[in-house]
Design a protein around this ligand. Structure first.
Ligand code: CP
Length: 298
C-alpha cells in the first residue's frame, strides 16, 4: 500500500464507479479483450481469486490458473522462481497469494509482466485494503473525518496492515482493538503516527466503538499460530453481535474481509450496520479498475 498515493486511490475509485454496471453484467465492456490474467494462489482463497477471475472476464479478458499446488509441478519440486519464470510467458498480469512475506515482491523482481499482491504471509493484502477504502467511500460518502475501529487479530491480519497504511492518505482517526497478545506491530503503529495518522490501541472493544463510524472486523488467524493451544485460548475472545452493536452509532457500518468464524454473529447480517456482503461486490469493481489501470486500457 506504500506504493499508492491519494490520487492513485481516487483514480481507482472513480473508475470502479464507472464500471459498476459492467460488474453487474448490465453493460458489456471488452476493454481487456486479448489480455490474459494468471492466478497463482499458494494459499486458499475464495474472494480474492474468484473476484479477480470475474473482473478479468467481465472486461473481456482471459484467465489461467495454477490450480492447486498439488496439481502443479510444484509438487514435483519445481521452485517458486522457476514457476514465475514459466507462467510470465503465458499471461499479461499475475496475481499471487503466498504464505511467505515478500513473495509477491520477489515475483515482481523476477517477472517482466506486472504482479498484483493477493496477500503475502502476515505482510500485506493491498487489494483488500483498496476495496475496504472504496466501501467506506461508497457507504459513508467520504473517508476524511471518519473514526475507524479495527477489531480482532491485529498482529497477524495482513489486510489490517494494508488498510491502515492506505488510511494514511486520509484525515481519519484509527483505533486498534485486539485481545491481549494480538496487538498491532509497534513498528507499523510508529510508521502510521509518523505519517500523521491519529492512532489509539486498546484491549477493550466497548470503550472504542461508541463514536466509531466504521468497525472493521477480522477473525483470529488460525493459520498463523505455531501453537494450537494459543489459538484455542484466543478464539472466541471477541464477538460482534447485536448486543455489542446496540452501543454503537446508528449509522456505524460493520466491514469484514471474510471468511468469518465466530467473531461476527450471523444475527448481524440483517442489521442496518452490516455492509460486508456489499463490500464483496465493491471488491469486484475495484479489481476491475485495477486491472484496467495496470494493463493501461481506456
Ligand atoms: N478477504 C479475502 O482475502 O478472502 P479470501 O481469502 O477468500 O480471498
Amino acid at each position: 500500500m506504500r506504493d499508492f498515493s491519494r490520487r492513485d486511490l481516487e483514480s481507482i475509485f472513480k473508475l470502479a464507479d464507472r464500471l459498476e454496471n459492467v460488474a453487474k453484467g448490465r453493460t458489456k465492456n471488452r476493454a481487456l479483450e486479448g489480455k490474459m490474467l494468471a492466478t497463482l494462489f499458494f494459499e486458499p482463497s475464495t474472494r480474492t481469486r474468484i473476484s479477480f477471475e470475474s473482473a478479468m472476464q467481465r472486461l473481456g479478458g482471459g484467465v489461467i490458473g495454477l490450480g492447486s499446488v498439488e496439481a502443479s509441478s510444484l509438487a514435483k519440486g519445481e521452485t517458486f522462481e522457476d514457476t514465475i519464470r514459466v507462467v510470465e510467458n503465458y499471461a499479461d498480469v499475475l496475481v499471487i497469494r503466498h504464505s511467505k512475506n515478500g513473495a509477491a515482491e520477489q515475483a515482481a523482481e523476477i517477472a517482466a509482466v506486472p504482479v498484483i499482491n493477493g496477500g503475502d504471509g502476515t505482510n500485506e493484502h493491498p487489494t483488500q485494503a483498496i476495496l475496504d477504502l472504496y466501501t467506506m467511500r461508497r457507504e459513508k460518502g467520504k473517508i476524511d473525518g471518519l473514526k475507524i475501529v479495527f477489531l480482532g487479530d491485529c498482529k497477524h491480519a495482513r489486510s489490517f496492515k494494508s488498510l491502515a497504511l492506505g488510511l494514511t492518505n486520509f484525515k481519519v482517526r484509527v483505533t486498534f482493538a485486539s485481545p491481549l497478545g494480538l496487538e498491532m506491530n509497534d513498528s507499523i503503529v510508529h510508521e502510521l503516527q509518523t505519517r500523521g495518522l491519529t492512532v489509539e490501541q486498546t484491549n477493550n472493544v466497548e470503550s472504542a466503538i461508541g463514536d466509531a463510524d466504521v468497525l472493521r472486523v477480522v477473525r483470529v488467524m488460525k493459520e498463523r499460530f505455531s501453537d494450537p493451544a494459543e489459538y484455542e485460548r484466543l478464539r472466541g475472545s471477541y464477538t460482534v453481535d447485536l448486543q455489542l452493536l446496540s452501543k454503537c452509532k446508528k449509522n456505524m457500518i460493520v466491514l469484514h474481509g471474510l471468511p468469518r468464524l465466530d467473531e461476527l454473529a450471523k444475527e448481524v447480517d440483517d442489521s442496518p450496520h452490516a455492509a460486508y456482503f456489499r463490500q464483496v461486490f465493491y471488491g469486484l469493481c475495484t479489481r476491475m479498475a485495477l486491472l484496467r489501470l495496470i494493463l493501461r486500457t481506456k
